[in-house]
Structures are given as structure tokens and as C-alpha cells.
Design a protein around this ligand. Structure first.
Ligand code: SF4
Length: 261
């Protein structure tokens, strides 16, 4: 018959310590069987212990993310070893790699398809701020310009240890949340993010009014500058060429002849 190790109860007490209720005390004789805790602790513990990442990689950082999930580092310790192939089954998006302007509409669309609660980790310099390609003609200067990011993992690329540390920071963030105040249970809440449009240069539909205002302002300033440079030409009517004048005279003659006839 199996025997209980001598330090079993001590170990158990240590492990459940973080989940105990702050003020309600359980009598010592019941402590081995009864645990009093809060709904928040239970809710946060269950969410942070089973985060399901989306199978999703963009560039070189993705290789480090794959290494993190493999046997040497082992994300299974966090209950997140199986990357899900569908946003509908995932609650964590690890943006691992360079975010291009062509890719960001797809990223935002996938983000919108994930159910709440959902979290985003920007892995590496590229996802966090553009990295070595910042200000490049085809690269977004950070995925947080479009979707909310919870944790940034620095590095180019970050090591698997750094990503694991990022996961632990995300767990800490989840543990600070409360079921009473989390936004996804509030009335009227919508985490929908407008999908950016890929035009001559990509833009965020939320910024439409701002873009319009800046464009009109720039047009006004250009017109004022042109008028200041050539006031007479800008203020007066346009000068017609001889050919145009002759055609107008010809048209007037024909009209007069028609009316007279
Ligand atoms: S941060 Fe560095 S390693 Fe990661 S995708 Fe960008 S260039 Fe590649």
C-alpha cells in the first residue's frame, strides 16, 4: 500500500497558500479538506493555467517561439503546449515576427475572430516597434498601433527564456483582474477592432477624421503658399491662348448666325 510522504501535507499547504481567502480562516482540523477562496482567484487561476495560444508566426521570432514549445523549454508546464489552429479556440495571440502592411489586415481580422477574454503578446523588436525595419516602406511600426498588446517581449529575437518570462508576466496580469470589472462582461462592450485598409499607404479607419483634417489643412496651406508666391496669377482669371480665343469667337459667330436664321 502506498504511503503518504512525510512532507506531503506541508507541501500541499504551501501550494494552496496563494488561493486561500484573505480574511476567512479555516479551522486547523479542516484545513486538509476545506479551502475557502474568492471567485476571482478561482476564475483567474483557471484562465491563466490553460491559455491556448494561436498557431501563428510571422518571421524569424517564430522559430524561437517554436523552440519554446518544444521539449527543451516546454510550455506544457503552463498548460499551453498545444498551439490551436483556429482563432475561435485560442485566447492568446503571440505576434512573433515582422508585421508588414500587407499582413496587418489579416492579423486584425484574426484578432477579431478570437473570443473574449483574449490576450496579445508582442514578441521581439519587430512586433513591438518595427525593429530593424522601423520606418521601412512596408513595415508597421509595432502591432500595438492596431490591436491592444498586453505584454512586450524585447529582443531580436527574444530567447525562449524571455518568452517564458513574458508568459509569467501575462499570468501576473491575469491574476490582477477581477470578474466584476473585466471589460468583456460589461454591458455594451465590444472589443471589435476596425480592419485597416491597404491603400497607397495603409491606414486605420479609426483615424479617418484625423487624416481628413490633416489632408484638408495641407491642401489649404499649399494653396495659400502658391497664392503668396504669385499673387496676380493666382488672384486673376486664367489667361487664354490665341487658339482658344479664336475658337470661342468662332462659336459665338455660329450661335449668332443660328439665332439670326
Ligand atoms: S525581432 Fe529580429 S528576430 Fe524577430 S522577426 Fe524581427 S528581425 Fe527577426
Amino acid at each position: 500500500m502506498a504511503t503518504v510522504p512525510s512532507d506531503f501535507y506541508k507541501l500541499k499547504e504551501q501550494q494552496i497558500q496563494q488561493y486561500l481567502h484573505d480574511s476567512i480562516q479555516v479551522p486547523p482540523e479542516l484545513r486538509q479538506n476545506v479551502l475557502v477562496t474568492t471567485l476571482d482567484k478561482l476564475y483567474n487561476w483557471s484562465r491563466r493555467s490553460s491559455m491556448w495560444p494561436l498557431l501563428f508566426g510571422l518571421a524569424c521570432c517564430a522559430i524561437e517561439m517554436i523552440a519554446t514549445a518544444a521539449s527543451r523549454y516546454d510550455m506544457a508546464r503552463f498548460g499551453m503546449e498545444v498551439m490551436r489552429p483556429s482563432p475561435r479556440q485560442s485566447d492568446l495571440m503571440i505576434v512573433s515576427g515582422t508585421v508588414t502592411k500587407k499582413m496587418i489586415p489579416a492579423i486584425v481580422r484574426i484578432y477579431n475572430q478570437m473570443a473574449e477574454p483574449r490576450y496579445v503578446v508582442a514578441m521581439g523588436a519587430c512586433a513591438s516597434g518595427g525593429g530593424p525595419f522601423k520606418e521601412g516602406y512596408n513595415v508597421v511600426s509595432g502591432v500595438d498601433k492596431y490591436i491592444p498588446v498586453d505584454v512586450y517581449v524585447p529582443g531580436c529575437p527574444p530567447t525562449p527564456e524571455a518568452l517564458i518570462y513574458g508568459m509569467m508576466k501575462l499570468h501576473e496580469k491575469i491574476e490582477r483582474q477581477s470578474i466584476a470589472t473585466v471589460p468583456w462582461y460589461q454591458e455594451g462592450f465590444s472589443g471589435y477592432v476596425p480592419v485597416p485598409r491597404l491603400g497607397p499607404d495603409i491606414f486605420d479607419p479609426r483615424q479617418v477624421e484625423l487624416i481628413k483634417e490633416h489632408t484638408l489643412q495641407a491642401t489649404r496651406e499649399a494653396a495659400q503658399a502658391a497664392q503668396a508666391a504669385e499673387p496676380t496669377k493666382a488672384a486673376g482669371p486664367a489667361q487664354l491662348s490665341d487658339k482658344a480665343r479664336a475658337r470661342i469667337e468662332e462659336a459665338k459667330r455660329r450661335l449668332a448666325a443660328k439665332r439670326g436664321g
